[in-house]
Design a protein around this ligand. Structure first.
Ligand code: SAM
Length: 277
């Protein structure tokens, strides 16, 4: 199993900046609606409120429209993130949180109707993605669902010059969309991931192109400041192509649906619906 570099410290800082982080890094209403449709679909099939797992403590998913009687358990291995974000206002009555690893969750096999998550396969080292899918499959009952938003990179990489031109043309959208485009560029291969310090370095090269937008919505000082914690940071995020994700998930989970929103870079951030057969 791989071990992330100082992940807890990173997520602690991230949790303090949560209000300055926007889509695509946080799920927006369109993403939440996709997950709610998956929850409704599961409820419709079983006829009873679900036993559900939230992978992480993403507030938007914790407090989405769960049926009355849902038994929700959130699982996150960062105590700092749990302390900062749990419980979100509006979580289902009786919702619980476990400080535990997705690679080995303290949950009984076949006990869960639906698992939901946001960006989980970019937060955990990608070499562990197959193990995490297997573990999700273990806790889901047959027919159970996983609704997961991915942060992917395109099959055909863009270039630094192309990205600089897109910034100048005003088509990037916001600093968070730019972070993920830069991340895809600095990631040498999926197993290595994108080192946050390398994302910060390339951002500095792009600073002259960004400067004209400073202060505008999506490029406010507090939003740009979410980059500060990336400087000299050895932590890595992981950006698989859709096919790379499918290669590790397919042995355990069958893809039965996919959708994405309309915010900047939404096309790289699909929510996949997968079923345990
Ligand atoms: C849900 S993911 C992505 C959240 C958000 N969309 C973003 O990109 O910032 C972030 C969470 O994953 C948690 N995490 C990362 N790897 C984990 C693992 N192997 N087991 C449990 N939690 C993990 C971190 O502690 C963090 O709270």
């Amino acid at each position: 199993m791989s071990r992330p570099a100082d992940g807890s410290a990173n997520w602690g800082k991230a949790s303090r900046q949560w209000s300055s982080v926007g889509s695509p890094l946080r799920p927006c209403a369109e993403d939440v609606a996709f997950t709610e449709a998956a929850i409704d679909r599961q409820f419709g099939q079983t006829g009873r409120p679900p036993a559900a797992v939230l992978l992480g403590v993403t507030p938007e998913l914790a407090a989405c429209r769960w049926p009355a009687g849902t038994r929700l358990t959130a699982v996150d291995n960062s105590r700092a993130m749990i302390d900062a974000l749990w419980p979100a206002p509006g979580v289902p009555d009786g919702a619980a949180v476990l400080c535990a690893d997705w690679r080995g969750m303290p949950l009984a096999a076949g006990s869960i109707d639906i698992a939901v998550g946001d960006g989980c396969f970019s937060a955990a080292p990608f070499p562990d993605a197959g193990t995490i899918c297997r573990e999700i499959r273990r806790v889901l009952r047959p027919g159970g669902l996983l609704s997961i938003r991915l942060f992917t990179r395109p099959e055909r990489p863009e270039t630094v010059d192309g990205l600089r031109e897109a910034i100048a043309a005003g088509t990037v959208g916001n600093v968070h969309a730019l972070k993920w485009r830069v991340a895809a560029l600095v990631q040498p291969r999926i197993e290595a991931g994108a080192r946050l310090g390398d994302i910060w370095d390339l951002f500095q090269q792009l600073a002259p192109a960004i400067a004209p937008f400073a202060g505008q919505p999506g490029w406010r000082a507090d939003e740009l400041a979410t980059l500060d914690r990336y400087r000299d940071n050895d932590l890595r995020f992981y950006f698989p192509t859709l096919e790379e994700f499918r290669a590790v998930s397919a042995p355990w989970l069958e893809e039965v649906g996919r959708g994405h929103g309309t915010y900047p870079l939404a096309e790289r951030c699909p929510t996949l619906l997968l079923r345990a057969n």
